[in-house]
Design a protein around this ligand. Structure first.
Ligand code: PLP
Length: 409
């Protein structure tokens, strides 16, 4: 008899976006003539940059020749991509990362969800709230979350980020062992300055906390004072794992490529005797056992993101989405709404008007304006009373959505 992992039974039955899709689909069925504008799910719409496609075509041709055919990729990624990452994403910002500290993967979702494999069940997990749901759900699956009571997991430490604290998380009052930080933030679109992030790194150093730093949206940062990597902060390599992705940077949500940095100087500890253990070695072991590499074609495509043409084309895509964000931000502010994010991130975080709950405002937008957002409460209790809009739509739809909103508000 196969016994199941009961922790899975604790998960709420539906994933947030499945709930939203259900509502949207049933509205569509009864109103087939209406044009629905989707500014809900965080998926990109602009096609792959030409430099990426060219590199992938060339890689496919190499795979078609006996002499240049490749089988399994190296566990941590091909040296050409590891070197491009170390040089362009880190050395260019004065951060020294060795290629052996980088692990290329098929997505930051998998990496942030799987990283808990190398951690003991008893760790106390801290998250900023609202939060990217993967951090919580993967810890529920691992048995670290406790019971779900009044919208919160009893064993998880929630650190509220709301307009009251300007979305700057305060150091937690309860002890945490592992802390997830995501900047630029999904869903609020807000960021931390170097000084603010420095406070968290010092807290982690002083309290032996492991930071999981998700920088999937770093390419959207416009402000020079906002760090792109946690390793821009002194001694962060002793306390942090960093996650990056090509998904939102270069349109790879369907292609799938990301990477995780686990510095050599980062240690975890053995519960029995406090001995320190290299997390890089553990993640390497885990990766070698459970993952067989990102495809050669994909890694060549990712490498092309760092070529001069690739950089230029990626910048154009980011500028396109950030112009969408500005169009939405300006319109909503002119309409007198409280609007956050959208300056260094492709997400707009909106306070719902007239004291509506997140789902009430979601329904109004869907049924009256035919616009799909994401209810803030779906990202955690501190998201109640907010709604997320994304800048990933195409320009025409974004403008049409703002016109509908302007007329309505
Ligand atoms: N991290 C954050 C904060 C995200 O919002 C997302 C996707 O929406 C991911 C990670 C997933 O990235 P990937 O497509 O690389 O799995």
């Amino acid at each position: 008899m196969a016994l199941v992992n009961e922790q899975f039974l604790k998960l709420q039955a539906n994933y947030l976006f499945a709930d939203i899709a259900k509502k949207v689909n049933s509205f569509k069925l009864s109103n087939p003539q209406d044009k629905i504008i989707r500014l809900g799910i965080g998926d990109v719409t602009q096609p792959l940059p030409q430099a990426v496609r060219k590199a992938m075509h060339a890689a496919i041709d190499e795979m078609g020749e006996r002499d240049s055919f490749r089988g399994y990729a190296p566990d941590q990624g091909y040296p050409f991509l590891l070197e491009a990452i170390a040089k362009n994403d880190y050395a260019s910002r004065g951060v020294s990362i060795e290629t052996s500290e980088i692990f290329v993967s098929d997505g930051a979702k998998c990496d942030t969800g799987n990283i808990g494999d190398i951690l003991r069940k008893e760790n106390i997990i801290g998250v900023t709230d609202p939060v990217y749901p993967v951090y919580i759900d993967s810890n529920v699956m691992a048995g670290r979350a406790g019971k779900f009571i009044d919208g919160k997991w009893s064993d998880i430490v929630y650190i509220p980020c709301t307009s009251e604290n300007d979305f700057i998380p305060e150091l937690p009052e309860r002890r945490v062992d592992v802390l997830y930080l995501c900047y630029p933030n999904n869903p609020t679109g807000t960021t931390l300055s170097k000084e603010q992030l420095n406070k968290w790194v010092n807290y982690a150093l002083e309290n032996n906390v492991l930071i999981m730093y998700d920088a999937a949206y770093e390419a959207y940062i416009q402000d020079p004072d906002v760090p792109h990597s946690i390793y821009e902060i002194k001694d962060a390599k002793k306390v942090a794992i960093e996650f990056r992705s090509f998904s939102k940077t270069a349109g790879f949500t369907g292609v799938r490529c990301a990477y995780t940095v686990v510095p050599k100087e980062l240690n975890g500890f053995v519960a029995a005797d406090g001995a320190s253990v290299s997390l890089n070695a553990l993640w390497n072991r885990r990766t070698a056992t459970k993952f067989n590499g990102t495809s050669y074609i994909t890694q060549r495509g990712a490498e092309a993101v760092y070529s001069p043409e690739g950089k230029e084309q990626v910048k154009e895509i980011i500028d396109y989405y950030m112009t969408n964000a500005k169009i939405m931000r300006d319109c909503l502010l002119q309409c007198g709404l409280q609007v956050y994010g959208g300056k260094n991130a492709p997400y707009i975080w909106l306070k719902t008007p007239h004291g509506l709950t997140s789902w009430q405002f979601f329904d109004k937008l869907l049924y009256e304006l035919k616009i799909v957002g994401t209810p803030g409460v779906g990202f955690g209790p501190s998201g109640e009373g907010y709604l997320r809009l994304t800048a990933f739509g195409n320009r025409e739809d974004t403008i049409e959505a703002t016109e509908r909103l302007r007329a309505w508000l």
